[in-house]
Design a binder for this molecule. Sequence first.
Ligand SMILES: Nc1ncnc2c1ncn2[C@@H]1O[C@H](COP(=O)(O)OP(=O)(O)OP(=O)(O)O)[C@@H](O)[C@H]1O
Length: 288
Amino acid sequence: MKKSIHFIINPISGIGEKNILPSLIQKHLDHSIFTYKILFTEHRGHARLLSKTAAEEGVDIVCVAGGDGSVNEAGTALINSSTSLAILPTGSGNGIARHLGLSLKLKRSIQRLNTFKLKHIDTVTLNQKKAIGVSGFGFDALIAKRFDEYHSRGFLSYIKLVLKEFRNYKGISVILNEKEEFSDLLFCSVANTSQFGNGFYISPNSELEDGQFEVVIVKMPQTFAFIGLLIASLRGQIHHSKYVEFYKTSEMQIRIKNSMGHIDGEPVNFKNLNINLKCNPSSLTVVT
Ligand SMILES: Nc1ncnc2c1ncn2[C@@H]1O[C@H](COP(=O)(O)OP(=O)(O)OP(=O)(O)O)[C@@H](O)[C@H]1O
């Protein structure tokens, strides 16, 4: 019997044209293996609703075309279901797709679906919210919020914003497991995958199949050292920096002071800043 795929396309993700996707899918998907349907998201949160419905209907694969925000919406709706997640990376940063080693070329990533290889990956719970890639508090959350409101997307816009916002940024404080307190931090990340996106690594040793995640503490650097940190991040060397500490774990309680949060790059308002972090091992099936 043929497998069913629902393609869910976020038309505002990234900077590329999404209207060509239906013809690329028609051309490169193996129709002897798959039947498919194409849906475009119409608003924030729509990918979550469409994916939930697909899982309830017993669709085999939800293939989301978008960035990490869309991957989060679609993927977290499929946790512990028998529907697998596939990704066509059309976002600005595509951190989760890059971590999974997926091709950023649309033709290649559609063709790769035809081989239908599955992987069971971990997800992370932050209080009631679910994450797949990198979440956190502090400067990265501020950037997620500003980027969300920004007039343009893509890599260059992102870098411009990061450099502009750093100039006025005041640090945050974090307490780990009610014991260790850190103040004047640039940010605190919860990394289930290795990078924010665009090749900016925050936790190069994070893996999606180890039943654990990393809590990454980044101390506030001076401007010059901040540029150094960005370069180290792009080189995948940030774990050697004296400004960075890692805690690998499957569970942790963190208390955040004076910060907003983000989950998979999307700004999130946590009502309670006592956050219980928990890994959910092998809770999501992805096509790689
Ligand atoms: N039709 C739509 N109109 C407005 N917003 C939408 C629509 N469809 C989805 N969204 C929202 O767009 C936001 C950004 O999407 P996404 O993360 O996929 O792209 P990106 O930000 O360009 O990529 P990345 O997260 O990899 O940097 C998400 O919050 C998603 O809910």
